[in-house]
Design a binder for this molecule. Structure first.
Ligand code: FAD
Ligand code: NAI
Length: 465
């Protein structure tokens, strides 16, 4: 009889866990994956990336019809919102994709253990009444919403909600206050602003989108203001009372000062996410979490406990689905005795608003702290495709090492910046210089030409400006 039930057991079926499970099975390992949610796919497929993009995509059409963009191109329509239908297509997208993972599990012979996993020892977990053993165990339990003391979320009432509640609002709020001007706040705020809500973003810091290049963050504030969002930067929420269908928030300047109040029909709490470790029984295997609640790993995704590995939102690094997926592949390959590597210096990040905000590599501030740099910025206004499509906002910025010309970071604001940034990621993965990008032929007319022109500007001159 085999020593263990499985070669590999993965805890959590989000992008980190389900991808690790499929890759482990592809590599010939007997694999099981524990998931407590009723469907596979984790945060990303169920309540994150996919449903938010379904609502962003649909609301973008509504906005284009409502705000005159379509009329300016000779298409005159008066949009009528059918919110239940919009939600239906969101639910369809989620169902289709989560069932798709179930199909892939069956196809690859990954066993889905339904329930919450708790460690008994480093090779054994309890899932309900069942005890499952495995030679290697991967923790991929993801993250959940960080609560804000004094502002209690109740998604059922639809007054104070988190991102999951904000995806499912049954009516467009008149006024929506978004607490936190990060990725979730701006994506969700954009959806409901486009559908008619007055959106006020309250952000603790003096700029939106922490972690992005400062030029991008400053431009983001201009663009969202132009679209009609009200921004209260450098402001903190200190309390919230709910009476019936109305919330009253108490605000204070972050630096201290006089308090004020703000009323809203809906309040979204989006101040970050924290790793999921509760009920996991980490104490039973002697594994602690760091100050941020994350599990520390080495370069190969090993925790300090032999046989226990970890990937995705539960470990340090950006909380992004594609980062989790790549780590899932790498950990499975390492467990199978291969060499699985993720280059954490080249993880793109995208905010899927209109326009999109994207970046990969270092910000200019980070690059300058490392040594002398050369930078170049090319405006989308001078890109023929963006101009033709009536998309004047944004720019591409390339940051290169002043001495070697190696590209250290690329930032883009453009309607399709999320797609454009893949080119920069590949270039950086191959150690490209700005000259390499500048001398690569780009199809015309495309938004991607703005990357080429920005690269041309690092050492020489772009043509179209
Ligand atoms: P998760 O996807 O969180 O999956 C972990 C799974 O483990 C969960 O299903 C959970 O039920 C399960 N689990 C936890 N503990 C246990 C246990 N003890 N036993 C059994 N099961 C357990 N990222 C992007 O890259 N692009 C986006 O566009 C994007 N949009 C987002 C929008 C929103 C609204 C949110 C909230 C997040 C978004 N993200 C996006 C982030 C992305 O969803 C996460 O980075 C990603 O899901 C992390 O993957 P993961 O596998 O680490 O964890
Ligand atoms: P975030 O970290 O992006 O933004 C949170 C914001 O809230 C920050 O700007 C922070 O300064 C602010 N904040 C914190 N406390 C505050 C307070 N008390 N009052 C006012 N502002 C406060 O976190 P967010 O938006 O919740 O997203 C969580 C994670 O989900 C992100 O790390 C992101 O990686 C991931 N995500 C990714 C998406 C994408 O890739 N497109 C989309 C949505 C989420």
């Amino acid at each position: 009889m085999a020593e263990y039930d499985y070669d590999v057991l993965i805890i959590g079926a989000g992008p980190g866990g389900y991808v690790a499970a499929i890759r482990a099975a592809q590599l010939g390992l007997k694999t099981a994956c524990v998931e407590s949610r009723a469907t596979l796919g984790g945060t990303c497929l169920n309540v994150g990336c996919i449903p938010s993009k379904a609502m962003l995509h649909a609301s973008e059409f509504f906005d284009a019809a409502a705000n005159g963009t379509m009329a300016s191109m000779g298409v005159e329509v008066t949009p009528k919102l059918n919110l239940p239908k919009m939600h239906e297509q969101r639910i369809d997208a989620v169902e289709g994709l989560t069932k798709g993972i179930e199909f892939l599990f069956k196809k690859n012979k990954v066993d889905w253990k339904k329930g919450h996993a708790t460690f008994v020892d480093a090779h054994t977990v309890k899932v309900g009444e069942e005890t499952v053993t495995a030679k290697d165990i991967v923790i991929a339990t993801g993250s959940s919403v960080t609560p804000l003391p004094g502002v209690e979320v109740d998604n059922d009432k639809q007054v104070v909600v988190d991102s999951t509640g904000a995806l499912e609002l049954k009516a467009v709020p008149k006024t929506m206050v978004v607490i936190g001007g990060g990725v979730i706040g701006l994506e969700m705020g954009s959806i409901w602003r486009r559908l008619g809500a007055k959106v006020i973003v309250v952000e603790y810091l003096d700029q939106l989108l922490p972690g992005m290049d400062l030029d991008v963050r400053k431009e983001a504030a201009k663009i969202f203001k132009k679209q009609g969002m009200e921004l209260r930067l450098g402001t903190k929420v200190t309390g919230c009372t709910v009476k019936g269908k109305k919330a009253t928030l108490t605000l204070e300047p972050a630096a201290g000062g006089e308090a004020s109040t703000l009323e809203a029909d809906c309040v979204l709490v989006s101040i970050g996410r924290r790793p999921n470790t509760s009920g996991l029984g980490l104490e039973n295997i002697g594994l602690e979490v760091n100050q941020r609640g994350q599990i520390e790993i080495d370069h190969d995704f090993r925790t300090k406990v032999p046989g226990v590995w970890a990937v995705g939102d539960i470990v340090p690094g950006p909380m992004l689905a594609h980062k989790a997926e790549d780590e899932g592949i790498a950990v499975a390959e390492n467990i199978a005795g291969q060499t699985g590597i993720v280059n954490h210096a080249v993880i793109p990040g995208v905010v899927y608003t209109w326009p999109e905000f994207a970046g990969v590599g270092m910000t200019e501030e980070e690059a300058k702290a490392r040594g002398p740099v050369k930078t170049s910025k090319f405006p989308m206004m001078a890109n023929s495709r963006a101009k033709t499509n009536h998309e004047p906002d944004g720019f591409v910025k390339v940051i290169a090492d002043a001495e070697t010309d190696r590209v250290l970071g690329v930032w883009a604001i453009a309607s399709v910046a999320g797609t454009m940034i893949a080119e920069a990621a590949i270039a950086m993965e191959f150690g490209a210089t700005s000259e390499d990008i500048a001398y690569t032929c780009h199809a015309h007319p495309t938004h991607a030409e703005a990357i080429k022109e920005a690269a041309m500007g690092v050492r020489g001159k772009p043509i179209h400006i």
